[in-house]
Write a protein that binds this ligand. Structure first.
Ligand code: TYM
Length: 325
């Protein structure tokens, strides 16, 4: 059976971009593949975090995994820092990657902005991600479009090492959604929706409600006034149409038809309802599970199962490199 691995950082509130671009795939894939899903808390400390907030967010993301529909009987769900092999393999990969390829990562360039006092972890971040993936002999990595470059780097490093030591690693493939691989910010449809953007009206979070309808009603659109999908000319409306389509289950063409002759106001008003209805069951399950012992038990079980796989791969890789006695 094919192995799937993916992860989400417990930094800030998860938003509908995370759900549409990544989590929807997680749920789809768990039906037919051997899935491992991780809360990547060690990635979060590439930037300073409040320790208590980090612990809280880690459990929030784990609870959200279950709330959106992941089944611990089908998928392994665990927290990255509870499986030490991630950090160990990350070092081996660090010694087999080039500083140039790390400096070329667009996420690094965006976050670092040439600041020499930025944490070194920002630069080596994709290597910890590569370790996450390679440790589980992963075939498929379901992510949003913004992570594609990191998967390509993972492939390059795995192939480079395999060239020297054949079959050291399984080379993984990127998997993205056809619709919604990149959900854009509501206040600026030329940049992606992000957990860390300053303006809370730029995103729709999965958990807290107050800003949702305001964010949608104020979303940047264009002056044409027709609800039509055209990412080049109408990125704002196209983004809203994508969100509408995902939460309503309707085809984009059908939605365009439904709003023919009606203005953006009517469309946005309905979108508020569609989104609120779409995320309500997630919130409800989250409230049921977030403070339960069941959540802790599921994560402990996940750690045990993930660790067993990771230890096996790490031993194989250490042997390949001649590490240990
Ligand atoms: P993170 O935590 O930023 O995002 C989690 C997932 O959500 C996707 N995503 C989006 N998809 C569509 N539209 C958006 N606006 C949007 N914003 C985020 C991301 O692509 C991602 O799939 N480095 C990763 C976490 C990671 C990981 C891994 C992923 C660490 N190790 C191993 C896969 C495999 C990250 O920071 O994602």
């Amino acid at each position: 059976m094919k192995r799937v691995f993916s992860g989400i950082q417990p930094t800030g509130n998860l938003h509908i971009g995370n759900y549409i671009g990544a989590m929807r795939q997680f749920i789809e894939l768990q039906q037919e593949m051997d899935c491992v899903y991780c809360v990547v808390d060690m990635h979060s400390i590439t930037l300073p975090q409040d320790p208590q907030e980090l612990k809280k967010s880690t459990l929030d993301v784990a609870a959200l995994y279950l709330s959106v529909g992941l089944d611990p009987k089908k998928s392994i769900i665990f927290v990255q820092s509870t499986v030490p092999a991630h950090a160990e393999l990350s070092w081996i990969l660090t010694c087999n990657s080039h500083t140039g390829e790390l400096f070329r990562m667009t996420q690094f360039k965006d976050k670092n902005k040439g600041d020499e006092s930025a944490p070194a972890g920002l630069l080596t971040y994709p290597l910890l991600m590569a370790a996450d993936i390679l440790l589980y002999d992963t075939d498929i990595v379901p992510v949003g479009n913004d992570q594609k470059q990191h998967i390509e780097l993972t492939r390059d490093i795995a192939q480079r090492i395999n060239h020297r030591f054949p079959k050291a690693f399984v080379v993984p493939d990127y998997r993205g959604m056809k619709i919604g691989a990149r959900i854009m910010a509501l206040d600026d449809p030329t940049s992606k929706m992000s957990k860390s953007a300053q303006n809370p009206l730029s995103r729709i979070t999965l958990l807290d409600e107050p800003t949702r309808s305001k964010a949608i009603m104020k979303a940047t659109t264009d002056s044409e006034g027709t609800v039509r999908f055209d990412t080049e000319e109408k990125p704002g409306i196209s983004n809203l149409l994508t969100i509408y389509s995902v939460f309503s289950g309707q085809e984009i063409k059908a939605i365009e038809h439904q709003y023919e002759g009606l203005g953006y106001g009517a469309f946005k008003k309905d979108l508020v309802d569609v989104v609120i209805e779409g995320v309500a069951p997630i919130r409800q399950r989250f409230d049921e599970i977030r403070h339960s012992q069941e959540l802790i038990r599921i994560l402990e079980d996940g750690t045990r199962r993930a660790d067993a796989i990771a230890q096996k791969t790490l031993k194989r890789v250490k042997d390949v490199f001649g590490l240990g006695v």
